[in-house]
Design a protein around this ligand. Sequence first.
Ligand SMILES: Cc1cc2nc3c(=O)[nH]c(=O)nc-3n(C[C@H](O)[C@H](O)[C@H](O)COP(=O)(O)O)c2cc1C
Length: 259
Amino acid sequence: MPGIRTMPNDSTLKTFIVAGGLCLVCSIIVSGAAVGLRPMQQANKLLDKQKNVLQVVGRYEPGMNIVEEFSTFEPKLVDLDTGNYAEGDASKFDQRAAAKDPKLSEKIPAAEDIAKIKRRPNKAQVFLAKSESGGVQYYILPISGYGLWSTMRGYLALESDAQTVKGVIFYDQAETPGLGGEVANPQWLANWPGKLVYGSNGEPQLTVVKGSAARSGDQAKYEIDGLAGATLTTRGVANLIEYWMGENGFKKYLDKVRS
Ligand SMILES: Cc1cc2nc3c(=O)[nH]c(=O)nc-3n(C[C@H](O)[C@H](O)[C@H](O)COP(=O)(O)O)c2cc1C
C-alpha cells in the first residue's frame, strides 16, 4: 500500500484518512478542553450562586470580593417534612440534583403541584445572613416554579421575623424578554421588600395579582403588581410563592423559626 504522502490528493482513501485524522485531533482537543475547564466552570457556577444570594439581600456590589462577603453567610439544610435543620454538608448540597433523585426527593401529587415542579427535594439548602451581633438578619430560601415557558428559579429573602420580605430574585428563567422575562427586572423586584408572607391566620397570603396590587387596606401588605401582558408568568410566580411558603415548602420551618 502506498504511503499517505505519495498518494494523489484526489484519492478517495487519502480524503478519508485526512478527514478521519482531523476529526480525531479535534475531538481530543474538544474533550480535553471540556474536562480541563470543568473545575473552572464549577467554580464560576458556585461564584454565581453566591452572587445571587448576596444580591437578594442587597449585599452585592460590582467588583466586590464575593467569596469573602459570602463567607459570613451560613448555609443550612432544612428537612422540609419536619421544618427542622437536617444533618449533612449544607455547603456542598446540590438541591437541583436532589430534586431529580428518587432517593432524595418525592413526587408531588398532581393536585398539590401548583408550582409545576413535579418533584420536591426532601431537604432544602437555605442561607442565613448574619448581623454584626451574630444573630440571623435574613433567611434566604430557594424557590422555583413553572411560568409560561420555563422553570423559574430564584431566592426569596425574609427579615429576621421570618415574615417580612427583604427581597426576591429570579436568576434562572426563560420567559419572553419584555413580557414574562420582566420577572428579572429590578424595577419590578423593587415591589417586593416590606411585603408580608403570612396572614393573621398563619397561612401564606403573599401573592402576585393580575394588574395592580391593592394600594391601601389590609391586602396592600400582601399583594404585588402583576407583570403587564404576562398573566401566565405572573400566575406562575404567585403559584410558586404559594407552594414554597406553604405546608409542603418552608412553612413548617418558618413557623419554627418564628416561635
Ligand atoms: C410570542 C409571545 C410570547 C409571550 N410570552 C409570554 C410570557 O413570557 N409570559 C406570559 O405570561 N405571557 C406571554 N405571552 C402572552 C400570553 O400568551 C398571554 O396572552 C398573556 O399571558 C395574557 O396576559 P394579559 O392577560 O396580561 O394580556 C406571550 C405571547 C406571545 C405571542
